[in-house]
Design a protein around this ligand. Structure first.
Ligand code: NAD
Ligand code: MN
Length: 482
């Protein structure tokens, strides 16, 4: 990419990872051959095939759920909570010890910049295990009602945008509350989940407490619909989330859904523009915009629109798109050809509907899946790019005149996951935040995550919370929080 600054390439070595030619499923503490087909996992930055992975069949899912049930009944359920905590601490420490390996593998399989996998995904995944390890023997004191008890076997299905981090968000609270797990990673990013299976072995976690069944949507459906699963936890698209809600309705299963978003990032005229621009960039270009809580709708007060957009464009001109393993890279590869096609299609629709597309001069690699950082101005609330989740590095800019108009436009969405507010006035932050129908509201920052803070949405962004005390209730019988 043409940039104001030139850097020598600074690639992280991939020699720390050791990828086998093929992988089985992790069931009952060991890697076993799947009975289904196998499929390839690809490096989206090069289209290189990294390895072959099993597509778990219904019979494989049966075995995994049976192993999880046995482990729940015989070992993990009866175990002293403090001992469960020790395993979680051990897993957390192993994630830290093997952090570089996880980061490089995540960037290879997913396409995200090493700067992010190294500084965000992996440290946060370890933090989730540390945080939940601490809860394991304190659940009676968590203010969740008397004697909270585990549900049993949790079936968990996760997406490809934060493969290891979403695993941690699912597995850590489930285990801390005494449940066992069958987890299905996304089909384009199974590798860090398989490395996590090795960590479970290394931690001497009792067999069957964590089972990893790779595969695509059919494997996910088999997990979700399995008759001996007590809890379903899903993160992914709203469309699949709805089909899961239908499948689970009328069963005794407990369900949490973390779905899409179309967050408003609201910039008032008194905001420090340079800081707001950093937050806008962080909000939409972090992880190539493959973020459910991405700040994909910029709402900027009319009086500062031109200044903010000029400053934003200057800043975007300095972003480096390219090799995910290069430590200078800001924007890596789009995770799959399918996702790239979806981003291109919606962007073309944006232009056809009358919005103005702006992209910086940008040399993209010849191989792999890439999309330049993109800003649409002159977007109206009715445009599809203002309503639908693009899940890519594409920002839609709308304007407002008054705070009331900002709130109305921000809430004019079928989603309600997150929002951002940029202003100098603390009183305005509190007032606006209280009016926003969004599960997470950031003020003068964006995309900040912490295991102590509950995360989740309203409306079609799903239900249930992950993280914090609230997140524990999704894995406990009869738990309530005040
Ligand atoms: P998806 O919902 O199809 O996939 C998410 C996970 O669900 C994957 O593990 C997949 O194998 C599994 N799955 C698919 N069908 C299933 C079924 N019927 N039952 C059970 N599990 C099933 O998402 P996608 O196709 O990878 O992406 C499509 C769009 O979804 C994206 O463009 C984006 O807008 C959105 N998305 C949102 C998130 C998020 O974090 N909210 C994550 C990924 C994708
Ligand atoms: Mn991959």
């Amino acid at each position: 990419m043409t940039s104001l600054f030139e850097y020598a390439p600074a690639p992280e070595s991939r020699s720390i990872v050791d990828i086998a030619p093929s992988y089985g499923l992790f069931i009952d503490g060991e890697f076993v051959d799947g009975t289904g087909e196998s499929f390839k996992s690809v490096n989206p930055a090069t289209e290189e095939v990294l390895t072959e992975v099993s597509a778990g069949s219904g019979a494989d899912v049966d075995r995994a759920v049976a192993a999880a049930r046995r482990a729940f009944t015989r070992v993990w359920g009866p175990m002293r909570p403090a001992d469960r905590g020790k395993y979680l601490f051990r897993i957390a420490r192993l994630l830290q010890e093997r952090a570089r390996e996880f980061a490089v593998l995540e960037s290879l399989d997913n396409g995200k910049p090493i700067r992010e996998s190294r500084d965000v995904d992996v440290p946060l995944a370890a933090a989730h295990f540390f945080y939940h390890a601490g809860w394991a023997d304190k659940l009676d004191h968590a203010g969740l009602g008397p004697g909270p008890r585990p549900l049993g076997v949790a079936g968990q299905v996760i997406p490809w945008n934060f493969p290891l981090l979403m695993l941690a968000w699912k597995v850590a609270p489930a285990l801390a509350t005494g449940n066992t797990v069958v987890l299905k990673p996304a089909e384009t990013t199974p590798l860090t989940a398989l490395l996590f299976a090795e960590v479970c072995q290394q931690a001497d976690l009792p067999p069957g407490v964590v089972n990893i069944v790779t595969g695509a949507g059919d494997t996910g459906r088999a997990v979700v619909e399995h008759g001996d699963v007590d809890k379903v936890a899903f993160t992914g698209s709203t469309e699949v989330g709805k089909s899961i809600a239908r499948a689970v309705a009328g069963t005794r299963k407990s369900l949490t859904l973390e779905l899409g978003g179309k967050a408003a990032n609201i910039v008032f005229d008194d905001a420090p523009i340079d800081q707001a621009v950093e937050g806008i960039v962080q909000g939409i270009f972090f992880n190539q915009g493959h973020v459910c809580c991405a700040g994909s709708r910029l709402l900027v007060q009319e009086s500062v629109h031109d200044e903010a957009i000029a400053s934003l464009q200057r800043r975007i001109g300095t972003l480096r798109v390219g090799d995910p393993l290069d430590k200078n890279t800001d924007i890596g590869a789009i995770n799959s050809a399918e996702q790239l096609a979806r981003i291109r299609e919606l962007s073309d629709v944006g232009e056809a509907e009358g919005a103005q597309r702006w992209q910086p001069a940008c040399d993209l690699p010849d191989r792999g899946f890439w999309y330049p950082p993109t800003v649409f101005t002159d977007v109206s609330p009715a445009h599809r790019i203002a309503r639908e989740e693009v899940f890519g590095p594409v920002l839609s800019v709308l304007t407002f005149r008054t705070p009331d108009e900002a709130v109305a436009k921000a809430n004019n969405s079928t989603y309600g996951l997150s929002a951002g507010i940029w202003t100098e006035k603390g009183s305005r932050i509190l007032k606006i935040a209280n009016q926003l129908r969004a599960g997470v509201v950031w003020a003068n920052t964006f995309n900040k995550f912490d295991p102590t803070s509950p995360f989740g949405g309203y409306k079609q962004s799903g239900y249930g919370r992950e993280g914090g005390r609230h997140g524990l209730t999704g894995y406990l019988k009869g738990a309530t929080h005040s």
